[in-house]
Design a protein around this ligand. Structure first.
Ligand SMILES: *[C@@H]1O[C@H](CO)[C@@H](O)[C@H](O)[C@H]1NC(C)=O
Ligand SMILES: *[C@@H]1O[C@H](CO)[C@@H](O)[C@H](O)[C@H]1NC(C)=O
Ligand SMILES: *[C@@H]1O[C@H](CO)[C@@H](O)[C@H](O)[C@H]1NC(C)=O
Ligand SMILES: *[C@@H]1O[C@H](CO)[C@@H](O)[C@H](O)[C@H]1NC(C)=O
Length: 447
């Protein structure tokens, strides 16, 4: 329950008194239901570790059925570009539907990254990647997805043409959405948004709303299992590497090693050092007059090595572009006690090879999300979304997420110098009023 609901009520022409009583009633119902529905967020897995899965069961601030109508829909064009652009655009489509008090018709995502050639975009249905029912149950009362089969036969469709280009400002975009949330358009079963990638650009929602939508996205079992496989492999292979090293020194027997392996923590480093990125980030540095955007391989390796609180030996998973897998040098030069692996050295290349771009990327995202420590680049949307979700995860689990405390799932930005020559500690500012900082890259990392 937020002020937002009341704003929406204002748009429907209910008399003022009625509006106030409606809002009050919703507040009361909201408070009561919050007490009743408050879930048990913590769960301990077989290995005595807190697991995250079930914190997703229900959003904390559950908006009591906000009024998303199940018989009025919003249809949006295919969602395109990289995994992160697609996640952001999808969340915007959801939030647009929420604003219109409508159910979002399940959109198509794009399996490939060939965004210049429309015919190569390989549409892939949302529910082939993310769990449809789980999404609706986790996001219940906040946003909803529907299927085209739910439409009536004689569907009335109203097209909403979104503008593009410089003249199509943030304000115009928002005014148009406000217009279409009026009663006047309510007769239409479907409002169909048309235009060129309408959700890549304008942003009207606070970070918190995006975080809520992202929390409802769970990979379908097939891909979630692949991510599990990669994570297990990191822990196992890394554990072996470290176990071998420990055994002679600490005289650990076979049992000692294997119990260590079970709990083997790992760090994930999202290394953006491929050619395309280096060209892009150098340009960005010139254009924005910010020097801390590009980090060379050497700088990343050095800064990660300087993280003070890291227990060594440690396993390091390097999330790198495929083109970097041929470059043996990314595995050398790491500080003693850090054991770097990428897909190839882990022997999980075959898991990724089976899949198109979007799925590969989604698996790597999951692996980074679950890492005990994450280090990325604050100008990368991929890194930024991971830190956003990790911050949200800490808030959900009641772990204090201050910059100074030794937090449980720390994240760092290697492109910014932190303490002791290490990377800067990084948290997402959940009070930010827009996703702008995250979607365009920034060196504001809160800490
Ligand atoms: C949304 O639509 C439903 C169904 O018509 C209605 O009951 C509810 O009051 C509406 N909510 C808002 C906030 O307008
Ligand atoms: C819609 O129309 C088709 C054929 O025109 C018919 O087969 C189908 O049963 C109709 N569906 C509904 C829900 O009326
Ligand atoms: C770029 O930043 C530097 C130092 O922050 C400053 O001295 C310089 O004037 C800036 N240049 C431009 C073109 O803004
Ligand atoms: C977080 O964002 C809010 C809203 O933009 C701002 O007022 C606050 O200063 C930010 N906090 C930090 C630590 O950057």
């Amino acid at each position: 329950m937020s002020l937002w609901n009341c704003k929406i009520l204002k748009l429907s022409y209910s008399p003022f008194n009625n509006l106030i009583s409606k809002c009050l009633a919703l507040v009361v119902v909201g408070l009561v239901s919050r007490a009743v529905l408050f879930p048990n967020f913590f769960e301990v897995d077989g290995k005595g570790k807190l697991v995250v899965g079930d914190i997703r069961v229900r959003p904390l601030e559950k908006d009591l059925d906000y009024g998303i109508r199940r018989d009025k829909f919003l249809e949006v064009p295919q969602i395109v570009w990289g995994l992160n652009n697609q996640k952001i655009a999808f969340a915007r489509a959801c939030l647009t539907a929420r604003m219109l008090n409508r159910t979002l018709l399940m959109p198509s995502l794009s399996a490939s990254l060939f965004y210049k050639e429309i015919d190569q975009l390989q549409p892939i249905s949302f529910d082939k990647v993310f769990q449809f029912r789980k999404f609706n149950s986790l996001c219940s009362g906040f946003v909803q997805l529907g299927r085209f089969s739910e439409l009536l036969n004689q569907t009335q469709v109203l097209e909403l043409q979104k503008g593009s280009g410089r003249k199509w400002t943030l304000l115009r975009d928002f005014d148009q959405l406000k217009d279409f949330s009026r009663d006047l358009y309510d007769q239409y079963e479907v409002i169909r948004i048309v235009g060129k990638n309408p959700f890549l650009w304008h942003d009207h929602w606070p970070i918190k709303d995006y975080a809520k939508v992202f929390e409802c996205l769970a990979l379908v079992d097939e891909f979630a299992k692949e991510a599990d496989r990669v994570v297990s492999k990191i822990r196992a292979i890394g554990g072996e590497a470290i176990g071998e090293q420990l055994a002679p020194e600490q005289g650990q027997g076979g049992n000692g090693v294997s119990s260590k392996m079970q709990r083997m923590p790992y760090m994930a480093v999202h290394m953006r050092i491929e050619k395309d990125w280096m060209i892009h980030c150098k340009k960005l540095e010139q254009r924005s007059n910010i020097s801390e955007i590009c980090s060379s391989k050497e700088e990343i390796i050095q800064r990660v090595g300087n993280i003070k609180k890291l227990n060594k030996p440690a396993v390091v998973y390097l999330a790198v572009a495929d083109s970097m897998l041929e470059d043996k040098t990314i595995l050398s030069g790491w500080k003693e006690g850090l054991h770097p692996f990428e897909k190839k050295k882990l022997g999980v290349g075959h898991i990724y090879e089976k899949y198109p771009y979007l799925i590969k990327s989604a698996i790597d995202y999951e692996v980074c999300l679950r890492a005990d420590v994450f280090v990325g680049n604050s100008f990368s949307t991929f890194s930024s979304l991971i830190v956003l979700e990790r911050t949200q995860k800490m808030i959900r689990m009641g772990v204090s997420s201050s910059c100074k405390n030794n937090i449980r799932w720390p994240s760092y930005a290697y492109n910014i110098m932190g303490d002791f020559g290490g990377p800067r500690k990084w948290l997402t500012n959940m009070s930010d009023t827009s996703l702008q900082a995250i979607s365009y890259g920034s060196n504001h990392v809160t800490c």
